[in-house]
Write a protein that binds this ligand. Structure first.
Ligand code: F6R
Length: 601
C-alpha cells in the first residue's frame, strides 16, 4: 500500500528519502512525491514510479519527507500524489490509511478559507495543521489527531520548526535515530541502510523528530519508550537475480523456503513436529479459526481441512474483510490463527481488534514477526521466505500451507489422533517433499505451453475436490490478479448445479486431477464438461489415469502424498498464471489497481 519515508538531520536528505521510497515502492506504485527543506519548503511529485522523480541541482536540504501512493480517494494524478501542502506552503504532509470524516473536515476548512488542490482525503491534514498555527508543534499534532476518524499513519514536515511529526493509528510506522539524525518509515526495510535498530509505534503514539532526537508519546500524551527491534536480519534484497520478473524468481525460491521451515520444525529421528510453542498453548485448543484475506485466506481454508481431518477438531476459515464486520465471536476454547504474509493487512488487523478483548489465544503466521499482527499475537510462526516483492503472493502461500499442515500435525499429536507410525511416515515424506516442488519447477516449459493456450480465453473455471479445492481458489485468484482472466473455482460436483449454462467453446475449464479417492468423480466431471464442447485443461498428477482425448491439453505434475498434493498443484498454478500473464504481455509484478500490502479497509 502507500509507503512513507522521512529524514531529518542528514545532508542530502531528499535523495536519501528517494532511496528509501524505492525500497517501499513495490507496495504501492501509482504515484509518488517528496518534500524537502533548505530554508524554504519545496515539493516535487510524479505519476508512476520513483524513477519519475528527478531531483536536479545542489542538495542543501537536511530534512525531507516522501511517499509512494496507492490511490483510495481521488484519481491517480500529480495533484493527488503526496505530499500535500497547506495554503501558506509551510507544511508538507503524507498519509497512509483512510480518513472517514474527511468530507466534514474539508467543508469546515473550506468555509474557514482554506483552498484545496486535490481530491484526496489526506489533504485535510495539511490544512488542519495550518488551522492550529500558534500552538507548539506537539500540541498542534494532538489537536489534529483528535479531529480524525479513521486509520492513519501520518508524517508532517514543518518548515518553521525544521522538524518532522508523526502519528499512528492502525497503520504501520517505525522511527529511529542516530546521534545526529532521525528517521521514519512505514516499513523498517527503508530504515535499514541508516540504522541498526528501529522502533515500531503503537496505536495512539505520536512523536516529534529533530536531528538525533525523538520525543515519543503514547495515546494519553505520556512520554513513552518503546522497544527497538534489530534490523540486521531483515531481508532487503530487492533483486531479480537474473529472472525477468520477481514473481518467477519467487516461485523458484519456494523449495528453499519450505526447507527452512522443515529444518526448523521437523525431525525424523525421533519423528517430531516442534513448532516451538508451549504445550499448554496448543493443549487449550478445542477448535481452530483461521483468519486471513486473499491468498492467506486460501491457506486458512487448507488449514481448516487439515485440522478437521488430522486433529479431528472443529475448524473453520473466514475471510478477514468479512469477519472484521461480523457479529459472531469465537467460541470458548478457540485457537485463532491469523494468516498474513505482510502482517499489516488492515482487514485482518481489524478482525483481530474486534475479538481480542475476548482473549482467545492468538497465533500469527507471517513473514514479519515484528509486524502489527505479529506483535499482537501470543505466538508467531515465521514464513521464512525472505522478502516477497511480486504483488502476487507465491512462495509465501506455500510456506503458509506447509505451516498450517504442521500445526494440524502438532495438534493431532497432542490429541493422539496421529500415532507414532503415521508421524514417522509424515516426517519422512515432508523431508523429501521440496524435491517434488523442484520437479514441478523443472516442468516450467510444459506449464508455459498450457498457459499459452489458456491465455486465449477470457473466462475460466477451475474444478477440484476436497483438499485440492483451496489450490483451485488460489489458482483462480492468481489468474485474475496477474493475468486479468475471469477465473472462478468450483467444487467439481457443483458446476452442474448452475454454472454449466456458461459452458461453451469460449469458456475454458481447468481440472486438478490427482490419483486416488476422488479421481473417478473428477473424471466424471471431465466427461460432462467435454460432452458440452468446452475446452478442457487438465493438470494431472503422475499416477492418475491419462485423460487422453478428454483433455484439450494436459500438464503432468509429480506425485506427492495426499496431504501435500495441494502444495504441488498450487505451485503448478502459480507457474501457469505467470506464463498466461506473460503471454498476455501484462505488468506481472505490478498488476493494475493492486498493492502488495493492503493497509486500508
Ligand atoms: C494475492 C495476494 C493477496 C494477499 C492479501 C493478504 O496474490 O497477494 O490476496 O494474499 O492481500 O495479504 P497478507 O497475506 O499480507 O495479509
Amino acid at each position: 500500500m502507500c509507503g512513507i519515508c522521512g529524514i531529518v538531520g542528514v545532508p542530502n536528505a531528499a535523495r536519501l528519502v528517494l532511496q528509501g521510497l524505492r525500497s517501499l515502492e513495490y507496495r504501492g506504485y501509482d504515484s509518488c512525491g517528496v518534500a524537502w527543506l533548505d530554508g524554504a519548503l519545496h515539493a516535487k511529485k510524479a505519476v508512476g514510479g520513483v524513477d519519475n522523480l528527478r531531483l536536479d541541482g545542489p542538495a542543501h536540504e537536511t530534512a525531507a519527507l516522501g511517499h509512494t501512493r496507492w490511490a483510495t480517494h481521488g484519481n491517480v494524478t500529480q495533484e493527488n500524489a503526496h505530499p500535500h501542502l497547506d495554503c501558506g506552503g509551510d507544511v508538507a504532509v503524507v498519509h497512509n490509511g483512510v480518513l472517514l470524516n474527511y468530507e466534514t473536515l474539508r467543508d469546515a476548512l473550506t468555509t474557514q478559507g482554506h483552498t484545496f488542490r486535490s481530491q484526496t482525503d489526506s489533504e485535510v491534514l495539511a490544512h488542519l495543521w495550518e488551522s492550529h498555527a500558534g500552538a507548539d508543534g506537539l500540541e498542534r499534532l494532538r489537536r489534529l489527531v483528535q479531529q480524525l476518524k479513521g486509520t492513519f499513519s501520518i508524517a508532517i514536515l514543518d518548515r518553521t520548526e525544521a522538524a518532522l511529526y508523526v502519528a499512528k493509528e492502525r497503520n504501520p510506522l517505525w522511527v529511529g535515530a542516530t546521534k545526529t539524525a532521525s528517521f521514519l518509515a512505514s516499513d523498517p526495510v527503508a530504515l535499514k541502510p541508516h540504522l541498526p535498530a528501529a522502533t515500531p509505534l503503537e496505536d495512539g503514539d505520536h512523536a516529534r523528530l529533530t536531528p538525533g532526537r525523538i520525543d515519543l508519546f503514547d495515546a494519553a500524551g505520556r512520554p513513552v519508550q518503546r522497544t527497538a527491534q534489530p534490523l540486521a536480519g531483515l531481508d532487503d534484497r530487492i533483486d531479480k537475480a537474473g529472472y525477468e520478473h520477481f514473481m518467477l524468481k519467487e516461485i523458484h525460491e519456494t523449495p528453499a523456503s519450505l526447507n527452512r521451515i522443515l529444518s526448523a520444525h521437523v525431525t525424523i529421528e525421533p519423528p517430531h513436529v516442534d513448532l516451538h510453542l508451549p504445550d499448554a498453548f496448543l493443549a487449550k485448543a478445542q477448535r481452530v479459526l483461521f483468519l486471513g484475506a486473499g491468498t492467506s485466506f486460501h491457506a486458512g481454508l487448507l488449514g481448516a481441512q487439515f485440522v478437521r481431518r488430522l486433529a479431528r477438531l472443529p475448524a473453520d476459515a473466514q475471510t478477514s474483510p468479512e469477519y472484521k464486520d461480523a457479529t459472531s465471536v469465537p467460541e470458548k476454547g478457540t485457537l485463532v490463527v491469523l494468516l498474513s504474509q505482510s502482517g499489516e493487512t488492515l482487514d485482518t488487523l481489524q478482525a483481530l481488534h474486534r475479538i481480542e478483548s475476548l482473549g482467545p489465544p492468538l497465533l500469527a503466521l507471517t513473514n514479519f514477526p515484528k509486524s502489527s499482527i505479529g506483535r499482537k499475537a501470543d505466538h508467531v510462526l515465521e514464513l521464512r521466505t525472505g522478502v516477497e516483492v511480486g504483488v502476487a503472493a507465491t512462495k509465501t502461500f506455500l510456506s503458509q500451507s506447509l505451516l498450517v499442515y504442521l500445526l494440524a500435525l502438532a495438534l493431532a499429536r497432542q490429541r493422539g489422533t496421529v500415532g507414532d507410525a503415521a508421524l514417522l511416515q509424515a516426517a519422512t515424506e515432508l523431508k523429501r517433499f521440496s524435491r517434488a516442488i523442484d520437479r514441478v519447477l523443472f516442468r516450467t516449459a510444459e506449464a508455459g505451453q498450457l498457459a499459452r493456450e489458456l491465455s486465449r480465453f477470457d473466462h475460466v473455471f477451475l474444478l477440484a475436490k476436497d483438499l485440492l479445492l483451496p489450490a483451485a481458489f488460489e489458482g483462480a485468484l492468481k489468474l485474475k490478479e496477474i493475468a486479468y482472466l475471469h477465473a472462478e473455482a468450483y467444487a467439481a460436483g457443483e458446476l452442474k448445479h448452475g454454472p454449466f449454462a456458461l459452458l461453451e467453446k469460449s469458456t475454458a475449464v481447468v481440472f486438478l486431477l490427482a490419483p486416488g479417492a476422488h479421481e473417478a468423480s473428477l473424471r466424471n466431471s471431465l466427461h460432462e464438461v467435454h460432452a458440452r464442447g468446452a475446452p478442457t485443461f487438465v493438470i494431472a498428477m503422475d499416477g492418475a489415469q491419462d485423460p487422453g482425448p478428454l483433455a484439450t491439453h494436459t500438464l503432468w505434475v509429480p506425485a506427492a502424498p495426499f496431504d501435500l498434493q495441494p502444495l504441488v498443484f498450487s505451485t503448478a498454478l502459480h507457474l501457469v498464471s505467470y506464463w498466461v500473464a506473460k503471454a498476455r504481455a501484462l505488468p506481472i509484478d505490478r498488476p493494475r489497481n493492486l498493492a502488495k500490502s493492503v493497509t486500508v479497509e
